[in-house]
Design a protein around this ligand. Sequence first.
Ligand SMILES: CC(C)(COP(=O)(O)OP(=O)(O)OC[C@H]1O[C@@H](n2cnc3c(N)ncnc32)[C@H](O)[C@@H]1OP(=O)(O)O)[C@@H](O)C(=O)NCCC(=O)NCCS
Length: 341
Amino acid sequence: MSIKIESVFVSFIKLNIIRLFAKINIHSPDTFTNMSFPNNLVRTYNQNDKNPLLSYLKGQKASQTGNTFLQKIMEKGLQKPGYSVEKDLFLAWEKGRIVGWMNVFFESHIQRAVLSGYSRTTKNSADSLLELSIERAGELEAKKVHVYLPEKNNEARKFFINHGFVPVRTFLEMTIDFSKTPESANNISGPYDNHFKPGEEEQLAGLQNICFEGSWDFNPNTTEDIRFWLALTGTKIEDVIVEKKAKEFLGYCWNHLVLPDVKKASKKKGRIYMVGVHPAHRGLGIGKKLVRSGLSLLKAKDVQLVGLTVDETNVAGKALYASLGFSLNSRNLWFEKHLKD
Ligand SMILES: CC(C)(COP(=O)(O)OP(=O)(O)OC[C@H]1O[C@@H](n2cnc3c(N)ncnc32)[C@H](O)[C@@H]1OP(=O)(O)O)[C@@H](O)C(=O)NCCC(=O)NCCS
């Protein structure tokens, strides 16, 4: 039996994570196993793997943005604080070729590790990728491991449940399509003349940490984390809109363009990554003004489809997005494996 895990890596900076969307297709019979081919193995990345890994990633669909992000990390040599490709990235090889990978992103403040990956491997290799990643999470003193899966992906669910994962949270993917809802598009001409400036990464980190304190599994970001995520998502800090009163930062909206899928003609996409309003200034229309401005900025870049993710239990967030015309597109589940207390 062979197993295919397709994953889409989506950065969701609010929680300082990269998330896994895994789709597993199971084929039979099992033609390739670790036992039958001595050059089938799963191991950590080393510098000699750079070129084979890059060609492997380039051969994947660009819409699998997990591959795109990993590609960016490799090409640009981006450094995520606390993350090491040599220790935290596992590669599966079959018949001398890379067939999959899995990443372990550890969040020290909340002692969790978020796994992400993509693979088209034999079942043994898929199992090994996951087992080695969980072992690594344990070495890092993670108390739990999380993966993020589309609700409809039964095969992936089965795979992770078989490895001891249980669903713990539902997040919603909401979208707005300007071409289908022109009235929404006309309703977004909010001003966006306030931006963060280069050098204000520390203020952005501080504001974000205040806004999201108490949110489910939020790992506070450092200034270095913010720099990493800006670089990874290709966002210029100037494109992060801010609401200010004198020198006080009251709220922000971080939006960005999604890399186009070069293999198929599709609508130009953007994302609202994070919106936060200082707790002392909520309920005054600031969040709505900021998201309007974010949409306006994306529209000015010819974006047609805007997506975002929100926790199903986030009443204020859902109300805010619905009030601007966003509607539910899909549901995704967080799965957890508890490691220790
Ligand atoms: C979500 C958040 C950004 C809203 O900001 P805000 O400035 O308080 O929101 P606004 O005052 O602009 O309200 C926008 C809309 O949401 C509704 N809303 C806001 N807070 C609400 C609440 N607690 N319950 C129900 N509806 C709420 C408002 O009624 C308004 O809708 P309307 O225009 O149809 O009346 C803010 O609560 C926040 O920062 N939360 C923590 C971070 C977060 O969860 N971000 C979003 C998820 S990624």
